[in-house]
Design a protein around this ligand. Structure first.
Ligand code: SF4
Length: 219
């Protein structure tokens, strides 16, 4: 487990060491636990260790989780996993999203976290931000170091100008940012950021764990 994560800032391509102790303390003050790991593989082992094999688990769509193959690993050992990506129809997808909201655990990624202690996400239909906010008693959020920025303002800028265009193209939606690579605050029916969520703190101690990998993952 590292005390520092080397983070390459976009602006000027300068390298900056993120002091994980400072980041952890900023989240601790907001009642959110942070653990840092060398790799997603370490995070995978940690998750498989702390979640009981008889728990139900909701999965929020995340390229980071897909890279970890976490749905398959949990299902294989006996957990009931609600992952909308495995659905075969729109109706099933909606039902799975709803079941995930009341699972014992929820595992997801995030679009950005700030060193000052915020977790920022955009969502198209809202199921992921809803589950992070309320529902499952335990929430695990996995992020790669590329999701770390300094402030809330930078986090929002990142989700709108980096995550949204890439998400739009991945899902086949075509809001203006998909071609402009920047947010123009659209009102398109193809808007991918119908909900912008900022987790600023947590009332239930131990509910949200933020796990950070010292590698890039997702966008
Ligand atoms: S408001 Fe529209 S243009 Fe801006 S990030 Fe969201 S979908 Fe893209």
């Amino acid at each position: 487990m590292k005390n520092y994560i080397s983070l390459k800032l976009k602006r000027g391509h300068a390298e900056m060491d993120v002091d994980i102790k400072v980041l952890k303390e900023n989240f601790r003050l907001r009642n959110i636990e942070v653990e840092a790991f060398d790799s997603l593989n370490e995070i995978k082992a940690y998750i498989l260790n702390i979640i009981p094999s008889n728990s139900t688990i909701g999965i929020g769509h995340s390229l980071t989780l897909q890279k970890m193959n976490i749905t398959h690993l949990l299902s294989e050992r006996g957990n009931i996993v609600y992952d909308k990506e495995l659905s075969k129809s729109r109706e099933e997808r909606q039902a799975v999203k709803k079941k995930a909201l009341i699972a014992d655990w929820y595992i997801t990624g995030s679009n950005s976290i700030s060193i000052d202690g915020r977790i920022v996400n955009i969502d198209h239909s809202g199921n992921r931000v809803a589950a992070i906010t309320f529902g499952p008693d335990k929430v695990i959020i996995v992020v790669g170091k590329n999701k770390i920025v300094n402030t809330l303002e930078e986090a929002i800028k990142r989700v709108k100008n980096v995550a949204c265009p890439l998400n739009a193209r991945r899902t086949g939606l075509n809001p203006p940012c998909a071609t402009l690579n920047r947010c123009v605050d659209c009102v398109s029916m193809d808007r991918v950021c119908n909900t912008l969520s900022i987790i600023e703190g947590q009332s239930e101690t131990g509910r949200i764990k933020l796990l950070i990998a010292n590698e890039d993952a997702g966008y």
